[in-house]
Ligand binder design. Sequence first.
Ligand code: SF4
Length: 333
Amino acid sequence: MQPLLKIEDLNVQFETRAGVLQAVRGINLEIGPGEALALVGESGCGKSAAAQSVLKLLPSPPARITRGGVFFAGENLTAMSEKELQRVRGRDIGFIFQDPMTSLNPTMKVGRQVVEVMYRHGEKDNKKNRERALEIFGLVGISNPGRRLDQYPHQLSGGMRQRVMAAIALACGPRLLIADEPTTAVDVTIQAQIMELLRDLQKKRGMSVLLITHDLSLVAGFARRVAVMYAGKIIETGTAEEVMNSPAHPYTRGLLASIPRLEVRPEERLAPVPGRPPVMINPPPGCPFRPRCPEAMYICAKIEPGETILGQGRIVSCWLAHPMAAESRPERL
Ligand code: SF4
């Protein structure tokens, strides 16, 4: 099947005072029509930079796509002009940002903000647009939608604001929705409701979804496939079941061990991944996860591992997957 979205060898850099930061280092991803894929990793791993590069939303400078491209329904988005991209943003690809409070216009009624998107994409009948906005507010579960349309963002709760963001993203019926940490600014109850809403919309509308999250626990039951990102690279991919049940990369295992589980006894402690992700300005040679990796071997300090194919769509970048790994000396004895 032709992928709806294809990210090919995407490289994104930021010019900073300290040097060139390699935020995204040659990632490849494909999302089919109606498919949900989760891109997972800690903050600073490059996942949001990758997602925003799909629609060239990062300010340039300091951001720059240095290599590779993004294709949507066969069209090269990376090669498009700003004017051409404006046609695609919102109409073909909807984007839900992390923090609705900074993404919504505080001086404009939320209904107006939804109607604006439709107007910008050619639907000039404001009466019709308002009816459609009312319908979308109902669809995303906004209670009392008629009244909410005429409220300002500060008059709504965090959960409601996130639903308004979803309504804006869905206003023109996009074929792909990119949801960048859509539950960061809300509590756990609202988080569950937002995820339920996204699942529902994806199923009902047959929409493709790229979910960006640091939280692997959100992935189960939502995404069919998962890509785990670290230091600007995708270090493991597979179906959600494969990645959750038999993670192949030590970082993925670490992320899974840090998820709170119901069956954990009170005396047991969660095990967060120790240390911090590296800042990718002049990184040392070898595997970027090595300083935090409990399974590091001598080779890990010398050469960064390439991809090993474990099966159909199942890829890992770790020396442990190398056939000679069992004979290699561990770094920490
Ligand atoms: Fe750990 Fe080495 Fe694998 Fe990197 S390549 S994750 S340091 S075992």
